[in-house]
Design a protein around this ligand. Structure first.
Ligand SMILES: [Zn+2]
Length: 158
């Protein structure tokens, strides 16, 4: 039995914050604002995993009002989300994702991101696709006010 999930996440970009995307720290003058480390890609993947099994959304499981998640490494959130998926007897088949941001260019970090994500979810890097696009300078992403990530996951019952 197969299940598909879709996830989306947004964060503001601001000075004085680190920029974490896909579990990798990206050198940049601005970082993502959020209660946790604000890793937009890992959050979108968590949301997609939770969505695939119709278990609500990331906010239901990791509320941003909860102090235990303050500045938490989102790799821990992804690990906990995966534990939830495993507890329902599902495994990850593959993931496709896109990050939407104007700057910096993140292509050279894709392989590191895929390795980190695959390691947590017990799949191969070849099962994890990470892509990026700009919005051609349009909208809040184009003005570098924020960034967005989208993820689709396929799960299979074990
Ligand atoms: Zn988020």
């Amino acid at each position: 039995m197969m299940r598909i999930g879709f996830g989306i996440d947004f964060h503001q970009l601001t000075t004085g914050r680190d920029l974490w995307i896909g579990g990798v720290k990206i050198p940049h003058a601005r970082g993502a604002l959020g209660h946790s480390d604000a890793d937009v890609l890992l959050h979108a993947i968590c949301d997609a995993l939770i969505g695939a099994l119709a278990l609500g959304d990331i906010g239901t499981h990791f509320p941003d009002t909860d102090q235990q998640y303050k500045n938490i490494d989102s790799k821990i959130l992804l690990q906990r989300t995966y534990e939830l998926i495993k507890s329902k007897n599902y495994r990850v088949v593959n993931i496709d994702s896109s990050v939407c941001l104007e700057a910096p260019k993140i292509k050279k970090y894709f392989d590191d991101m895929r390795t980190v994500i695959a390691g947590i979810l017990e799949v191969l890097p070849d099962d994890v696709s990470v892509k990026a696009t700009t919005t051609e300078r349009m909208g809040f992403v184009g003005r570098e006010e924020g960034l967005v990530a989208y993820a689709t996951v396929m799960l299979e019952k074990v």
